[in-house]
Design a protein around this ligand. Structure first.
Ligand code: PLP
Length: 426
């Protein structure tokens, strides 16, 4: 469900013509619908009305501070994976006591930064990390609140790059060693154990892997209880999927129902959820202009002004994104074509052999459902300035990130003095 729709053949985001935004902000441009974001958050929250969990929006899905602030204004906390994300959440006004910090490679500096900001808890992913957190906390004279991210060895049946709860994945501490890890953490003077954590993967369409993992976690929690280690927070991660094409992703109601019935009577602390994609995925589009068409005799190409640097999901995961013309012609013949970007890589594509109308130069296309892992995974490859981001609210829209300019590309770079710059244009 989202608020992007055609009216008289013109694509709208809420009450605003997509073309109006593209003409003002230029292309490529990411457009987010505030109403869609709010709706998704409310549906998710309502689904869990019984357990009243702490929802920690997973910032890496879409890190724009306007998006984070919108969720924050609705009461959301944040799941962060870096010091940079902590910085963003602070700018966006997220209460630090609603921040959980995951990630296998937290640096000492990042850990100290998070301790100074008094976050809710660290989701610890290795035994060595326990040591580092303990000494950082000691130096600051505080006790670090910690949960252990357990790797339950469950196959989430998703793309291999986004499964995270299998033994072969780098994430978490193998469930067989979890008790040892808790015992080690308990013995540290500057660590306070408060939680248990898992996150088994992303774009999960079925709830059953989550339930299987949850059962393993509950069993472990019981064993911990017998050893006098009591768990106040159970963080079960994010990962609920969305429909990109024809996947039948579980509705939040079903996801919540199965989780709540699994937990019933077994856990009376605070449940933490870390949704990312399900909140933002369908709430964003990437609008791009057609640059050129060409036909090599056996294949037709549509070359657009967005590239894999703007949206890497098709190249990286083979992800499918629906592509819609922003202006739908009354009569349009569909022709199979590859939709590609300007980047000097054959991997720079958005679709292969997709049936689409034959568009003209300067026509606009919208890549749908790119609100998650879209802009946040973008780069400057090929020295392309990154796209603008716009948020629509009813009949208003706001540029929430300016398009980069060439000077942004070389920010922080310099030519050392031993190299003689020859041209006077430098
Ligand atoms: C990426 C991530 C999430 C969010 O995943 P989605 O599939 O976007 O919901 C949640 N928790 C952790 C630890 C993550 O790394």
């Amino acid at each position: 469900m989202h608020f992007f729709e055609y009216r008289n053949g013109e694509l709208y985001c809420e009450e605003v013509r997509v073309k109006t935004i593209a003409d003002e902000a230029g292309t490529p441009v990411y457009i987010y619908s505030a109403r869609t974001l709010q709706r998704h958050y409310n549906v998710f929250k309502k689904a869990f009305a019984k357990t009243k969990p702490l929802i920690c929006y997973s910032v890496k899905a879409n890190s724009n501070i306007a998006v984070i602030a919108l969720f924050s204004s609705m009461g959301s906390g944040a799941d962060i994976v870096s010091g940079g994300e902590l910085f963003r959440t602070k700018k966006a006004g997220i209460d630090s006591k609603k921040i959980v910090y995951s990630g296998v490679g937290k640096t000492l500096r990042e850990i100290s930064y998070a301790l100074e900001n008094d976050i809710l808890m660290f989701n610890v992913e290795s035994i060595e990390e326990i040591d580092v957190i303990n000494s950082a906390a000691g130096r600051l004279g505080v006790k670090a609140p910690v949960s252990i991210r357990v790797n339950p060895d469950i196959d989430p049946f998703t793309h291999p790059y986004i499964s995270t709860g299998l033994k072969k994945n780098k994430f978490g501490i193998d469930i067989r060693y979890a008790i040892d890890a808790y015992s080690i953490a308990r013995a540290k003077p500057n660590i306070r154990i408060i939680g248990i954590d898992m996150h088994i993967g992303s774009q999960l369409t079925d709830v059953s892997p989550v339930v299987s993992a949850l059962k393993k976690i509950l069993k472990l929690m019981k064993e911990l209880g017998q050893r006098g280690i009591n768990i106040k927070y159970m963080d079960i991660g994010g990962g609920l999927g969305i429909t990109y094409k024809d996947e039948k992703a579980a509705h939040p109601e079903r996801y919540a129902g199965e989780i709540e019935s699994t937990l019933k009577g077994s856990f009376d602390g605070t449940l933490i959820l870390e949704p990312g994609r399900v909140l933002v995925g369908n709430a964003g589009i990437l609008v791009s202009r057609v640059l050129y068409r060409k036909d090599n005799g056996s294949k037709r190409f549509m070359i657009v002004d967005a590239g894999m640097n703007d949206l890497i999901r098709p190249s990286f995961y083979g992800a499918y994104h629906e592509i819609l013309p922003v202006h739908k012609a009354a009569q349009s013949r569909l022709v199979k074509q590859d939709v590609v970007g300007p980047i000097c890589e054959s991997g720079d594509f958005f679709a292969h052999g997709r049936s689409l109308p034959v568009l003209e130069r300067e026509d606009l296309v919208a890549l749908m459902s790119v609100g998650a892992y879209g802009f946040s995974m973008s780069s400057n490859y090929n020295s392309r300035t990154r796209a603008a981001e716009v948020i629509v609210n009813g009949s208003d829209y706001f540029i929430v990130r300016k398009r980069e300019i060439n000077n942004d590309l070389i920010k922080g770079e310099q030519i050392p003095s031993f190299i003689k710059v020859r041209s006077k244009n430098a």
